[in-house]
Ligand binder design. Structure first.
Ligand code: ADP
Ligand code: ZN
Length: 303
């Protein structure tokens, strides 16, 4: 059995299990690192199951560089008290088991690749459109880290200020994709939250336009076999066809693949694991931590 932690800025989801069928979870509020981590440790210790490894998908920024003195830390978060917090190390020390650690969105991508809408694929993308915009990529069955980890929400996209004068809300870039199209950006632009914005409001066409620009960029660079769109804003189902149509228009049949043309409905999809992508991804991280090395999500492909 494995332990799973989806560490968010407002709540931690803790889980015990070995697959989606037997995972049991609880939620605890994110308070101070000391008490939140102690509560998580107690949950795993008090379980009747023997936990062999723990996986953590965490809010960030986090240090994922192997060998770094602050590997496994939450580093420079504005969240009170959590700056420089050794999350992975504290859990590993308290429980004495291998710990797999990654960003929340990388964990969600892995969860979807392992058991959800990306199952059986070697290359897929998970994007969350919520408080922020973030993306995790599975490439050849492995989570893409690169130098640090991708920051897909902060790409610069065309922004026509004559038709959309909204300056964007990213504190670093203003009108990067996250600055223009995250949930809080929608609220700031229209004065109405994405939950409450009417389906026929012009804001949705603009939202789909910006998200499709992001998708086209990621598709051209990473060539994923499927894109999974999660997060609060994507709870509005009417957004999917708007994005698919806009994506089609932007890519203009340039890439010759069924998935990107007639098959688009099965290419840009909702998470297969609903709201459990993150915690199940943490479970998959535990599974990989026990195996010490990353395994491919494709059982036929040995990397
Ligand atoms: P987080 O990104 O903090 O993990 P969410 O993915 O729920 O959490 O994102 C929160 C954002 O998503 C908010 O800006 C909110 O307005 C928006 N949101 C949440 N639920 C919905 C919904 N059902 N429909 C549209 N927007 C939503
Ligand atoms: Zn930005």
């Amino acid at each position: 059995m494995f332990g799973a932690i989806e560490a968010g800025g407002t709540k931690f989801v803790l889980g015990i299990g070995s697959n989606p069928g037997n995972l049991t979870t609880i939620q605890i509020p994110t308070t101070t690192p000391g008490s939140t981590i102690a509560e998580a440790v107690a949950f795993f210790r008090n379980s009747s199951e023997e936990i062999e490894a723990v996986g953590i998908g965490s809010f960030g920024p986090v240090d994922l560089r192997p060998g770094s003195p602050t590997y496994g830390f939450i580093t420079s978060t504005p969240k009170e008290g959590w700056n420089n917090c050794d999350l992975a190390g504290s859990i590993a020390k308290a429980l004495g088991v291998p710990v797999g650690f990654d960003t929340d969105v990388n964990a969600a991508a892995l969860g979807e690749a392992r058991w959800g809408a990306g199952m059986g694929l070697t290359d897929c993308l998970y994007i969350t459109v919520g408080t922020g915009i973030g993306g995790g990529a599975i490439v050849n069955g492995l989570i893409l880290h690169g130098l640090v980890h991708p920051e897909m929400g902060h790409i610069r996209i065309p922004h026509d200020r004559s038709s959309d004068p909204f300056p964007g809300i990213c504190p670093f870039h203003g009108d990067c994709l996250e600055g223009l199209a995250s949930g809080p950006a929608m609220l700031a632009r229209w004065g109405i939250s994405a939950q409450q914005l009417q389906e026929n409001h012009e804001g949705w066409r603009l939202e789909a336009h910006y998200l499709a620009l992001g998708l086209v960029t990621w598709v051209c660079i990473l060539s994923p076999q499927r894109i999974i769109l999660g997060g609060g804003v994507m709870q509005r189902p009417h957004l999917f066809p708007l994005i698919q149509n806009e994506f089609s228009a932007l890519i203009n049949r340039y890439i010759k693949a069924h998935e990107l043309n007639e098959g688009l409905c099965d290419y840009i999809v909702s998470p297969g694991l609903g709201n459990r992508s993150g915690v199940l991804g943490a479970l998959a991280l535990a599974e990989r931590a026990l195996g010490k090395t990353q395994q491919s999500t494709n059982p036929d492909k040995d990397i």
